[in-house]
Each structure stands twice: as structure tokens, then as C-alpha cells.
Design a protein around this ligand. Structure first.
Ligand SMILES: *[C@@H]1O[C@H](CO)[C@@H](O)[C@H](O)[C@H]1NC(C)=O
Ligand SMILES: *[C@@H]1O[C@H](CO)[C@@H](O)[C@H](O)[C@H]1NC(C)=O
Ligand SMILES: *[C@@H]1O[C@H](CO)[C@@H](O)[C@H](O)[C@H]1NC(C)=O
Ligand SMILES: *[C@@H]1O[C@H](CO)[C@@H](O)[C@H](O)[C@H]1NC(C)=O
Ligand SMILES: *[C@@H]1O[C@H](CO)[C@@H](O)[C@H](O)[C@H]1NC(C)=O
Length: 414
């Protein structure tokens, strides 16, 4: 090839590059205009609203950055974490949990990742209670959805949760938001949550629970922070107190102990003062749920499994369906009344060997209660995002979540 021909060719290149660069710049300019326009609409909408401090929910300009993802890291945006269980920013949760499929990240940086993430998880109870709830609803309803994205209905609380009742009307609009998956304590959720689990010990222990029983100086303990509940457990306890002593710790009682947590919840680490008191002092613990709801068994039960105490349960779940055998608890539903439960407790109190027999299973099993951020459902969410390619919509959430729930107690008088 001659020199002039080469020069001529390179000139074409230069022209090509010039034209290409200009078009790219022009496109970027157009894009900026569009984004600017969307931003203004967005901002204007909120200026009309009450909240001045509010940040936008999402930034429209990072749309395509993370979208699919042939086999890449899945981005999960946790829309809200008012209860502060997760690391701010980006949580390396899936590695910490040693998930079988761990190629996911969880982020709380909603404004940045919302649109581009593979899933957006809405933590329903605190969201509904938030004073921004109305604004979120407006924003979410007017959002142009990334159709590949899954919206996840995530709740640890039953529909009887106190904050819901006050907002029942607005919540209708909420159900219609177009969730794709459910992640709840209900075992028929797309991703079921368990508050804890029970494991068989590899090597059984050989503890003599008669000794343990002899050392116990008190009968029944109850920790509680909500004094009025759907299940009316407080009324059941009052009835019980007519026949046997029940020591009440927490906001609804006279006694206090240190949970090892800043909040009023009793997840407490096992070595916390509260759980140690139960372990050392009491024969029975009331694992009473705040509502009769399907599959709803909370830390109130799982906390007691590794402790030297017998749990007395009262709730709406079928415990054996969740892998909790009948010898692992006493169920109030097997007694006609608080009074007949009380006389059974008294008979066990009077017979150390009978009581010790009830503890004996703890030689073979142990258990644990998980913090929301350490539960395995996060692994399942990550796995599902990688493996489940199907489209799905849960338009039935309103009926599904509310059906057969918040049942009225039948074991106490009106
Ligand atoms: C995606 O990654 C998984 C392992 O993480 C591998 O088993 C699978 O074959 C990969 N799929 C594709 C399409 O590359
Ligand atoms: C409960 O108390 C016993 C002593 O009676 C102790 O051996 C055991 O480790 C305690 N359990 C827990 C979980 O702290
Ligand atoms: C609870 O579940 C078990 C199976 O897991 C079933 O056999 C039993 O009938 C159920 N009990 C009730 C009251 O539904
Ligand atoms: C305790 O119960 C056992 C049966 O498990 C019985 O043989 C024993 O007599 C009872 N002891 C007392 C003090 O009632
Ligand atoms: C999620 O639900 C929305 C609204 O119902 C729907 O448009 C979208 O296609 C669904 N996405 C997936 C991945 O299932």
C-alpha cells in the first residue's frame, strides 16, 4: 500500500471518529435532558407533598447498569430497614451466611440501586408504619417498572400486627402494587422464613435433669413488651395468675432484666441476663404469640430450646408441621382453660421426676433463634434469583395474607 493511500484511509478514520464522537456526545446530551426532566417532575411532585427532607426513591439514570446479568452478581435492594438489622451501604450477607449460592449483594442504597437491581425487598411492617408510607405508595405506583425485577413482599409479622390496623385503608392500594414473590413466616410463601430451628445433637448429652429441676426456685416466667394483643395472651396470663405465680418481665410487668439488646425485643443472645435468669431459675416459660396466625412461631419459642426450661406455647401454628414435635412443648390448646393448665403445672412442680422427664429431650436436640439478618431465607432468595427464570405475580396477596388469620381466642371468656 502506498503512502498516499494510507494517508487517505487515515483521513476517513479521522472523519469517522469525529462523526462518532459527536453523535455520542449528542446522545448523552439528550439523555441528560430527559433525566433532568424526570428529576424535575419527581422533585415537583414531592414539593407539593408535605415532606421537605425527602430524597427520591430511585435515580432514573442508573437504569441499565446492572440489569441482567447473564450469570453475574444479583443485586438485592432492601427498600427499608427501619429496624436496623443490616449493615448500612452494602452488606456481604450472603458470604457471611455461607449460602450455597452466594453471588448476590444486599444493598440499602435505594436511591442508587433501585431501578437496576434484580430484586427489591419491601419490609412491610416498618414500611406501613413509616410516616413516609403515603409518599412511597405514590412514588411506587407511578414508577415505570423494570419488568425483569422482582418485588418481594417481606414480613416477619402477621397481618394482625398493630401498625396495620390503623392503616387498613391505605394498605388496599399497597396490595395492588404488583409483588412478584412473598417472603414471610408462612410456609407456603415463595420464600418461607423460619424464626429459628431445632437440630439433633450429633452426640447426645447425658445430663441429669432431676438435678436441674431441684435447683429451680421459681415456676413461670413471661417476657413481653406488647401489653395488648390480638391473641389476648395478656388476659390468658391474668387468668393463669389466679392459680399460679407468673413473673412478668418487660414493659407489661414489674420485673426488668437486661436483654443484651438496645430494643425491647427478646431475641437476646443466650448469655443475656434475661435468658440466663430463665435458664437458671424458672421451670416454665410462656412462649405466647401475639396472634393466632398460620405458621407463626417466633423467637419466643426458639429462644427456649437451648435452655433448661419447658416452653408453654399458645399460637396459631401447627407446631409439628414446622418440625417441632409434641414432646418439645406444652400447648395451651390441650387444656380447657387456664385453670386446668395451672393444675397441670402445679402437678409437675410437685413431682421432680415427672418434670425432669419433660426436659430430657434437650439431651438429644438443641436449637437456635435467628436474627432477621442471619436467617437462611436470604440464601434462598439469592438462589432463586439465579435459578428461577419464570415470570410470576402475586396478585392474590391481600386474600392470601389475610385469610384465616387473626383468629379470635376461644380459650378465655369475653
Ligand atoms: C452460572 O454459574 C453457575 C455457578 O455459579 C454455573 O453452575 C452455571 O453453569 C452458570 N451458567 C451459565 C449460563 O454460565
Ligand atoms: C443453663 O444452665 C446450666 C446450669 O444449670 C448450664 O450448664 C447451661 O450451660 C445453661 N445453658 C445455657 C444455654 O446457658
Ligand atoms: C399438623 O400437621 C401434621 C402434619 O405435619 C398433621 O398430621 C396434623 O393433622 C396437623 N394438625 C392439625 C390440627 O391440623
Ligand atoms: C411422681 O410421678 C411418678 C410417675 O412418673 C410417680 O411414680 C411418683 O410416685 C410421683 N412422685 C410423687 C412425689 O408424687
Ligand atoms: C413482576 O410483577 C410485575 C407486575 O405484576 C410484572 O409486570 C413483571 O413482569 C413481574 N416480573 C417478573 C420477573 O416476574
Amino acid at each position: 500500500m502506498g503512502l498516499s493511500a494510507l494517508l487517505c484511509k487515515s483521513k476517513t478514520w479521522i472523519w469517522g471518529i469525529f462523526i462518532l464522537t459527536s453523535s455520542v456526545l449528542y446522545l448523552i446530551y439528550l439523555q441528560e435532558l430527559r433525566v433532568g426532566e424526570q428529576k424535575t417532575i419527581h422533585e415537583r411532585k414531592h414539593l407539593n407533598g408535605r415532606s421537605k427532607q425527602s430524597k427520591p426513591i430511585y435515580r432514573p439514570d442508573d437504569t441499565t447498569q446492572f440489569i441482567d446479568t447473564k450469570n453475574q452478581t444479583k443485586i438485592i435492594t432492601l427498600f427499608n430497614d427501619e429496624w436496623g438489622f443490616f449493615a448500612k451501604g452494602t452488606d456481604r450477607l450472603f458470604e457471611k451466611l455461607r449460602c450455597p449460592v452466594s453471588n448476590c449483594i444486599l444493598t440499602l442504597e435505594r436511591e442508587k440501586f433501585f431501578h437496576g437491581s434484580d430484586a427489591v425487598v419491601f419490609n412491610i411492617p416498618p414500611l406501613v408504619r413509616s410516616n413516609q408510607f403515603q409518599r412511597y405508595l405514590l412514588d411506587l405506583h407511578s414508577l415505570r417498572r423494570n419488568t425483569k425485577q422482582r418485588w418481594v413482599f417481606y414480613t416477619h409479622e402477621s397481618p394482625c400486627f398493630r401498625g396495620f390496623a390503623e392503616r387498613w385503608q391505605e394498605m388496599y392500594s399497597f396490595w395492588q402494587m404488583g409483588f412478584n414473590w412473598t417472603m414471610t413466616y408462612r410456609q407456603d410463601s415463595d420464600i418461607p422464613i423460619q424464626y429459628g430451628s431445632i437440630m439433633r445433637r450429633e452426640k447426645p448429652m447425658k445430663r441429669d435433669f432431676v438435678d436441674v429441676a431441684k435447683r429451680k426456685s421459681k415456676l413461670v416466667a413471661w417476657f413481653t413488651s406488647h401489653c395488648q394483643t390480638f391473641s389476648r395472651r395478656e388476659d390468658y396470663v391474668k387468668e393463669l395468675q389466679k392459680y399460679i405465680p407468673v413473673d412478668i418481665y418487660g414493659t407489661c410487668g414489674k420485673l426488668k432484666c437486661n436483654t443484651g439488646l438496645p430494643k425491647t425485643s427478646y431475641y437476646g443472645p443466650l448469655n443475656s441476663e434475661c435468658l440466663q435468669i430463665v435458664n437458671n431459675t424458672y421451670k416454665f416459660y410462656l412462649s405466647f404469640e401475639n396472634a393466632f396466625a398460620t405458621d407463626y412461631i417466633t423467637e419466643k419459642y426458639f429462644n427456649t430450646v437451648p435452655l433448661d426450661v419447658i416452653a408453654i406455647v399458645r399460637g396459631g401454628a401447627n407446631y409439628s408441621r414446622l418440625g417441632i414435635s409434641a414432646f418439645m412443648y406444652i400447648d395451651t390448646r390441650n387444656f380447657n382453660s387456664p385453670q386446668s393448665l395451672a393444675s397441670y403445672i402445679l402437678s409437675l412442680d410437685n413431682n421432680v421426676t415427672e418434670y425432669a422427664k419433660l426436659l430430657n429431650w434437650k439431651n438429644y436436640y438443641t436449637g437456635t433463634s435467628y436474627l432477621p439478618s442471619t436467617r437462611k431465607h436470604w440464601c434462598e432468595l439469592c438462589r432463586k434469583l439465579h435459578e428461577d427464570k419464570s415470570l410470576s405475580m402475586r396478585n392474590d396477596i391481600q386474600n392470601w395474607y389475610n385469610e384465616d388469620e387473626c383468629r379470635k381466642p376461644t380459650d378465655i371468656g369475653l
